[in-house]
Design a protein around this ligand. Structure first.
Ligand SMILES: [Zn+2]
Length: 512
């Protein structure tokens, strides 16, 4: 009798799981077909990256993007809303014009940093390089020399060629020499800044107080034509980044006492505290409406480029997956949510605020899938330290088309991510947040936070593949008869592995 029961149960399981798989395949086929034959990715990319542009928190473009996303979701029949969670220093980027006017005329490639104060009119002045002083007393004595000058505070790199270019063409002895020079120079520059008594954040403010006309930086991203463009710390004078080639030119002319003069004209507007919000979309669950599967990608960006791959591509992947799901799987078992987060770039603030504000959703989260490392095909998924992650995610991946699935390396149970992107806000509170890790496409050097993070860098084939993968994972997580168990993996000592701490959302940012 016992044996018979066992057999019977095994047979029943077999039938139901194959029926399940067949159903799955029907929906999966529809997902693939819709993503392939009716892709909206290029249209979305053009509207968001080219039309609206970068989406720095606190800017009117962020607001426009928020409105655009609501319109898109409405057009697809998906409920969506903006959820305000705080405010941020409001600022609007205007023009950046920089020219060398002496000893010859030359247009300079450069731009103001985010939140750089606006100028009433163009200023023409000489440049001066941060000097190598003995100590902070000597620096204080030198400081009045900056009055009315543009101060260059970055190192002038030894070479403007990226390492892979050296590796391809240089003699080994030349590479070794260059690297040794670069190491010594980097160390010396670090000391030069240190000896002023200030750091990267406080030095521009000290120079501003001493009457400098502006601050000139170069944050080379170690590739041809790429600089990282972050935030200014000055309150009244402009801070600009000048491209390596032009920075080097000005640096050498200044160093040789040829007294170059440049004209800088930047404009920007301070807009005071500005409400900031996440965009949340929803497809209501039909059987378990109070359990949730989430799609996740931050909506904000830095503004040196148009935030195309950080995180425009994650944003579009999630929007396209939502559109497809609504079309081919309109009555999900569990409620499907999408979170487009604000102010990830300043410290995961939007997703942390959501976790703080929605304990009922976080407590009943089946799974969250976040993508935020560029345009590439997903090649890595970690179980984030959850003991049973492998059982569930492997099962969800089973129905993913071979061409997509075979590229993905899984790591179960893996270790919990402490940061990097918004999935970590959920992991920190023990909720199942996962990161869909993309292959690189030289993300770190060429697009991440750079002036070249633009439409042309998007690889639409990879994006389409990611939209398919995301839609299928969400579908499978929604259909799964079992709830994802949150047990933490144990380490070699038999104790639960070390878990990251929950960070607090900064709900009033940019004013410090
Ligand atoms: Zn990002």
């Amino acid at each position: 009798m016992k044996n018979f029961n066992k057999l019977f149960i095994a047979a029943a399981l077999c039938v139901s799981s194959s029926a399940f798989a067949q159903n799955n395949n029907a929906v999966v086929d529809k997902i693939v077909k819709e993503a392939t034959e009716n892709s909206q990715l290029q249209t979305l990319a053009h509207e968001l990256f080219d039309g609206i542009g970068p989406r720095l928190v606190g800017t009117p473009q962020y607001d426009q993007a928020g409105k655009w996303a609501l319109d898109k979701y409405k057009g697809w029949g998906i409920t969506a809303k903006q959820e305000k969670w705080g405010d941020w220093r409001g600022w609007e980027r205007g023009i950046s014009h920089i020219d060398m006017v002496y000893p010859r005329v030359h247009s300079i490639e450069g731009t103001q940093l985010a939140w750089s104060p606006g100028m009433k009119a163009a200023v023409t002045a000489e440049t001066v390089i941060l000097p190598d002083v003995a100590d902070s007393a000597a620096f204080a004595k030198w400081l009045p020399a900056v009055k009315g000058k543009f101060v260059m505070i970055s190192m002038n790199p030894v070479s403007g060629r990226p390492d892979d270019n050296w590796k391809e063409f240089a003699l080994q002895e030349s590479i070794d020499k260059m690297k040794a020079e670069r190491g010594a120079q980097t160390e010396a520059w670090r000391n030069r800044v240190k000896k002023t008594g200030y750091n990267g954040r406080t030095l521009p403010v000290a120079l501003e107080k001493a009457g400098a006309a502006g601050i000139i930086t170069n944050y080379w991203s170690q590739g041809f034509g790429v600089d990282k463009i972050f935030a200014a710390y000055t309150k009244t004078i402009p801070t600009v980044d000048i491209a390596l080639e032009d920075y080097g030119l000005l640096y050498r002319l200044t160093e040789k006492n040829e007294k170059p003069r440049i004209t800088i004209h930047t404009e920007s507007k301070e807009l005071g505290p500005k409400a900031t919000f996440n965009v949340i979309g929803e497809i209501k669950g039909s059987e378990k409406p109070n359990e949730y599967v989430m799609l996740s990608a931050h909506f904000d960006s830095w503004d040196g480029g148009t935030g195309a791959t950080d995180n425009g591509t994650g944003t579009l992947t999630m929007m396209e997956a939502m559109r497809i799901l609504k079309k081919v799987y309109p009555k999900p078992k569990r409620t499907i949510l999408v979170g487009h987060w604000a102010s990830e770039e300043q410290g995961l603030n939007g997703s942390r605020a959501f976790v703080e504000d929605h304990p009922e959703i976080v407590a009943n989260l089946q799974a969250l899938f976040n993508q935020d490392n560029g345009t590439g095909r997903v090649v890595n998924i970690s179980g984030q330290g959850y003991a049973k992650a492998g059982d569930f995610i492997s099962k969800w991946l089973e129905v993913v088309p071979d061409t997509i699935r075979h590229q993905i390396k899984t790591n179960f149970p893996g270790t919990p991510g402490g940061g990097g992107s918004d999935f970590a806000s959920f992991v920190a509170v023990g909720a199942p947040g996962f990161s869909l890790g993309s292959n690189s496409w030289s993300y770190g050097n060429y697009t991440w936070h750079t002036n070249r993070d633009t439409y042309d860098k998007v690889v639409f084939d990879d994006l389409r593949s990611n939209a398919i993968l995301t839609a299928i994972l969400v579908y499978m997580a929604s259909e799964d008869p079992n709830k994802f168990p949150r047990d933490k993996a144990t380490g070699e000592n038999g104790q639960p592995i070390k878990w990251p701490e929950q960070g607090k959302a900064n709900r009033h940012g940019g004013f410090e």
